[in-house]
Each structure stands twice: as structure tokens, then as C-alpha cells.
Design a protein around this ligand. Structure first.
Ligand code: ADP
Ligand code: ADP
Length: 228
């Protein structure tokens, strides 16, 4: 579990206009924060700065009150869930979920891997599909495998980059409630990028609205979307 503090974060690509311009947000332990805003407003860049995939031009990033600006992504203990799943087609569901554990060499015994993957699969209702390959799964099931990977890592926080944008409307609705249930069960701090107002309203404790790299507003979904 983690608090994440963004303090005056700036990202400049080359010498152009900043993609992220002086953004400060205190994300509390267990909070679900949504990032919304038009295409190009800096949502992905901000997410990538938190994960460590993008250098910070200026400002400070803290995870659990420790400054992590120059920490490598693998040392930040955050799990990213992408929209394109990034599953390995030749591996079974079980091995896809187990992958991050196997990658962290020597950290987990085979018994622990079995236990963590089995538990994550149960949480995501994938128990009956563990021996299948991704090609034989529905879009929603693939998305759940991608989330299973984030869960087994027991990460301090989940970062979602438009995880549902490739799904049709029906599946999106289903996955939305699954993510919401997962959040209630696990209570993991989450930062979630979306274009979808329904996702923002149903999942978010707070919604941060970005425009041209700046934080325009941050408020509860109710304050934001149900203003008179
Ligand atoms: P989205 O808006 O769906 O997040 P984008 O099309 O903005 O996706 O970006 C896709 C990828 O291209 C990202 O990895 C982003 O960092 C990169 N990218 C976006 N704009 C530029 C640019 N002007 N020059 C180089 N790379 C870019
Ligand atoms: P969003 O996720 O909200 O669509 P991005 O974070 O992808 O926005 O992009 C914010 C701005 O930064 C855009 O103007 C985009 O073109 C630019 N940008 C993103 N990635 C790169 C990159 N790798 N190189 C140069 N410019 C980039």
C-alpha cells in the first residue's frame, strides 16, 4: 500500500511546451485517482513519470514519503496495467500471471508462486481458464489476466492506462464493475487514466482534470459531474 505525492512535477520533451506543467497532487494510501482530459493533455506522460518510464524534468515524486525521482521502475513496486494487455501468446494464463514472480529471481518459492497465482485467479474468476492460452480467451478474460499480473506482484499501487478502451461497451461495463469490486477487496492505491466519464464516476474517489499539461481541477466525481 502506498501514498503517492506529486510535487510541482514538470515534463518537457525537447524544448517544446511542457507536456506536464507544474502538477501537484497528494494521493492517499488506498485512494483511487482518475486522470481525465483531452488527448495530448499529459495523462500518459504523468502516469509514466510515476512508474519511472519517463524522466522527471523538475519537481519531486514521493512514494510512501520517500523521494523516488531517480529510482528505477523495478524498485518502485508499482504495477502498470496497459490497454493492450501485453500478454505472452505462447504461455498459459497461469504462466502469464506468474511471469512477474518468475522474473523476480529467487524471491518466490514454487509453492508461493502456486499460492499467489491461484489466489489472484480466484479473485478474478479465472480459475477454470488457467491452462488456456490468451488466443482462446475473450477480451474481458485477457484484461483480467493482465490485472492478475498486477495483483500477484503485491504492488504498492496499480497504474492503469486506459485499460478498457479496446473493449466493446458491454464488456467495458462488466470490467468496470470487476475493477470496482477488486478495488473494494484489495484497497490498493490506484491511478487510472480514462476518457470515459462513467468509469471516472463509478471508480474514482477523486478525479483530476488535466488540460494542456496543467491540473485544472481535482474533485470527487460527485462535485465534478453533478454540479448544478
Ligand atoms: P494516447 O493519447 O492514446 O496516450 P499517444 O498517441 O499520445 O497515445 O502516444 C502514443 C505513444 O507515442 C506514447 O508512447 C507517447 O509517449 C508517444 N508520443 C506521443 N506524442 C509524441 C511525439 N510528439 N513525439 C514522440 N512520441 C510521441
Ligand atoms: P495524453 O495521454 O493525455 O493523450 P500524452 O501524455 O501522451 O497525453 O502527451 C502529452 C503531450 O506530450 C502531447 O503534446 C504529446 O504529443 C507529447 N508527447 C508525449 N510523448 C512524447 C514523446 N515521447 N516525445 C515528444 N513529445 C511527446
Amino acid at each position: 500500500m502506498a501514498s503517492i505525492t506529486l510535487k510541482n512535477l514538470v515534463k518537457k520533451y525537447g524544448d517544446g511546451f511542457p507536456a506536464v506543467n507544474d502538477i501537484s497532487i497528494d494521493i492517499e494510501d488506498g485512494e483511487f485517482i482518475i486522470l481525465v482530459g483531452p488527448s495530448g493533455c499529459g495523462k500518459s506522460t504523468l502516469l509514466r513519470m510515476i512508474v519511472g518510464l519517463e524522466d522527471i524534468t523538475s519537481g519531486d515524486l514521493y512514494i510512501n514519503e520517500e523521494r523516488v525521482n531517480s529510482k528505477a521502475p523495478r524498485d518502485r513496486n508499482l504495477a502498470m496495467v496497459f490497454q493492450n494487455y501485453a500478454l505472452y501468446p505462447h504461455l498459459t494464463v497461469f504462466e502469464n500471471i506468474a511471469f512477474p514472480l518468475r522474473l523476480a529471481k529467487g524471491k518466490h518459492s514454487e509453492d508461493q508462486v502456486q499460492k499467489l497465482v491461484t489466489e489472484a485467479a480466484a479473485t478474478l474468476e479465472l480459475t477454470d481458464h488457467l491452462q488456456r492460452k490468451p488466443a482462446n480467451l475473450s477480451g474481458g478474460q485477457r484484461q483480467r489476466v493482465a490485472m492478475g499480473r498486477a495483483i500477484v506482484r503485491q504492488a504498492d499501487a496499480f497504474l492503469f492506462d486506459e485499460p478498457l478502451s479496446n473493449l466493446d461497451a458491454k464488456l467495458r461495463g462488466q470490467m468496470r464493475s470487476e475493477i470496482s469490486q477488486m478495488q473494494r477487496r484489495l484497497g490498493t492505491t490506484s491511478v487510472y487514466v480514462t476518457h470515459d466519464q462513467t468509469e471516472a464516476m463509478t471508480l474514482g474517489d477523486r478525479v483530476a482534470v488535466l488540460k494542456k499539461g496543467e491540473l485544472q481541477q481535482i474533485a470527487s466525481p460527485r462535485e465534478l459531474y453533478e454540479q448544478p
